[in-house]
Write a protein that binds this ligand. Structure first.
Ligand code: M6R
Length: 608
């Protein structure tokens, strides 16, 4: 979603802002802009629709040596993607970039119009800019004008603000949209995401909700919303340059699919053990007595994180007999009048740790006294700061908009949590050996699968890339995989992909089967094999173009068959998922799409 960068120091701000925006490209955006100030207060503002590369081209003919500035990648919310709606916005002496949504902007706009302000764009951001300008007077500091404005605003924001007559500081503020201040040697950086700071500094202040920072070259003053000074806590950030490079792969997505074995090893390191204490998660902050008391787990997440929860629920409920598991879509759950069973614990699942709907559920669950644990990847993200404990999945930066390695490790982390509950309730290692062994073997099995099947999947993708519709189906643990596989295909290939529990086909979706569709049948070699095979036969009988993916060696009839060869028993769905990730990748490539930054999507969905 939208990204913010800012710089003040003695280097050329334009270059640093553009390279910072390039690092934020993976978040998804549709326009970009930068504004810098000269020491005499001359503003140079460049904005472009489309990619940061187009903005960089604009810089060539508008180059300035200014050493203070702010920049933005915009993912349109209010108003279409266009130059006039792109940030930074300037009104009077104020220039501003903004992530989030100002909900009462129409009311504020009317008030400002009555005071003589007029507006060029359709954005809530221009209204906020005008509001700050209206309060910014010769006897009112920029900090006070920003503070005064934010008290009138309803909504979410991360902002960075320049005043043309004060080319020596930037004011940054956060409420509901993350901001990080990076401290360098005589220079200060502002970013909505730590990846924009990598290579410049690893010393950072994560702004907390309601905090405001006055950033000068190399120094920062911090205030709360009531203007009380706060002592900043400087932290060391851990991302490294290597982790955000493509490493010879054509796309981040392919790199991230291939990284899954290593990512899983990091998720499991020190947490999956041998002997009677088979699982250990240091960060959940729960005693064995508290774990024993759990009777209900509420898993909350969006998109892929939700599907990871659905798969984990199928798996965990097999070995935690007196625990029920409910998996909720965060954007729905936050507005339901839900009842919380006794002895519940919530798992808040998010790769980015910033998803607005997931965060809202966390706030509500905490308000209602539920212990909330994060299953999160992004270190230091908002969810990790708000939960009562949790598990970092440690898969490293996931840059591609389509989530892959995070899914696999989220499932593994949730199984580890289930194992901890089982362990506390006295279940022996022997009873859980199939899950423990599968977790141990999973990284190597994924490696083997990629080596064995990737060339065939690439060829297969060519044959099916011409279709515009697809139907995925599977039973039991392969139902969440059907959902996730279809999501992967639709988001990067733009093929309409429906996913159903295979037993549901006869209740409606089988009517879709015709020559404009292909079908993906997921068939596990387990006690449901014959039933799944029947579903496949029913689709075949109606002229389906079926790709059957199976770990069975038995004879099966389908247009195309992909055989997964594995020694796993419980976690084979995660192997099927890797097949579907690779399939989606190669179909997208074949169709000539922007694999890592698909249209209309953002990596981190920080608005509702
Ligand atoms: O950062 P999160 O895990 O909270 O993100 C949740 C979804 O937005 C995300 O999984 C989305 O569905 C991806 N584009 C899926 O590939």
């Amino acid at each position: 979603m939208c990204g913010i960068v800012g710089y003040i120091g003695d280097r050329k701000a334009q270059n640093l802002l553009i390279s910072g925006l390039k690092r934020l490209e993976y978040r998804g955006y549709d326009s970009a802009g930068i504004a810098t100030l000269s020491s005499t207060g001359q503003l140079t503002c460049l904005r472009e629709k489309g990619k940061v590369a187009q903005l960089a081209a604009l810089q060539v003919t508008n180059e300035v040596d200014d050493s203070i500035g702010i920049g933005h990648t915009r993912w349109a919310t209010h108003g279409t993607p266009s130059i006039v709606n792109a940030h930074p916005h300037t009104v009077g002496r104020i220039t501003l970039v903004h992530n989030g949504i100002i909900e009462n902007y129409q009311d504020l706009k009317q008030i400002l119009e009555s005071k003589g302000y007029s507006f060029k764009s359709d954005t809530d951001t221009e209204v906020l800019t005008a509001l700050i300008d209206s309060l910014y007077k010769d006897d009112v500091s920029l900090l006070d004008a920003v503070l005064g404005s934010l008290q009138l605003v309803v909504g979410a924001y991360g902002i960075a603000v320049l005043a043309s007559n004060k080319p020596n500081h930037i004011v940054a503020a956060r409420s509901g949209s993350p901001l990080i201040i990076g401290l360098g040697d005589e220079e200060t950086f502002i970013a909505s995401d730590a990846s924009a700071l990598v290579g410049h500094t690893n010393q950072a202040i994560y702004l907390k909700e309601g905090e405001i920072a006055v950033c000068r070259a190399g120094t920062v003053e911090l205030y709360d919303i009531a203007a009380n000074p706060i002592t900043p806590a400087v932290e060391t950030i851990e991302s490294d340059m290597q982790a955000i490079q493509k490493d010879g792969y054509d796309h981040f997505l392919l790199k991230e699919i291939h990284e899954q074995p290593e990512a899983l090893r990091s998720t499991l390191a020190g947490r999956l053990r041998s002997g009677s204490l088979y699982a250990h998660l240091g960060g959940i902050n729960m005693s064995d007595t508290e774990l024993r008391e759990i009777r209900n787990i509420i898993v909350v997440g969006c998109g892929t994180a939700n599907y990871a929860g659905q798969l984990a629920a199928y798996l965990i409920e097999q070995f935690t007999e007196d625990v029920s598991i409910q998996v909720e879509i965060a954007s729905e759950f936050r507005y339901r009048s839900f009842h919380i069973p006794e002895n519940s614990v919530a798992l808040i699942v998010s790769q980015s740790g910033e998803t607005a709907d997931t965060l809202a559920c966390l706030t509500e669950l905490k308000r209602r006294g539920v212990r909330c644990l994060g299953i999160v990847n992004a270190v230091g993200s908002t969810i990790t700061r708000e939960v009562d404990g949790g598990v970092y999945v440690h898969v490293g930066p996931e840059i591609s908009v389509a989530s892959t390695k995070a899914f696999t490790s989220q499932v593994a982390a949730m199984i580890l949590f289930g194992l901890m509950i089982a362990q506390a309730k006295g279940t022996s290692t022997q009873e859980l050996s199939t899950f423990i062994n599968d977790l141990n073997d999973l990284p190597t099995e994924i490696e083997k699968l990629i080596t064995d099947l990737e060339p065939d999947i690439k060829t297969l993708a060519k044959s099916y890339a011409g279709y515009d519709h697809a139907l995925y189906f599977g039973r039991n643990t392969l139902f969440p995989i059907a959902l996730e596989g279809a999501l992967k295909l639709k988001e990067i290939s733009y093929i309409q992909a429906e996913a159903y529990a295979a037993g549901e086909l006869k209740h409606g979706p089988i009517a879709l089967v015709d020559d404009s569709f292909f079908e993906v049948a997921l068939i596990a070699d387990n006690w449901l094999y014959e039933k799944s095979k029947s579903n496949l036969i029913e689709v075949n009988a109606r002229g389906g173009h079926v790709i059957a993916i199976t770990d069975s060696k038995k004879h099966i009839q389908a247009e195309t068959i992909v055989r997964v060869s594995t020694s796993l028993t419980q976690l084979t769905p995660l192997l099927f998922n890797v097949v579907l990730q690779l399939f989606a990748y190669y179909v997208s490539l074949e169709r000539g799409n922007d694999v890592d930054q698909p249209r209309n999507l953002a990596k981190s969905v920080t608005v509702e």
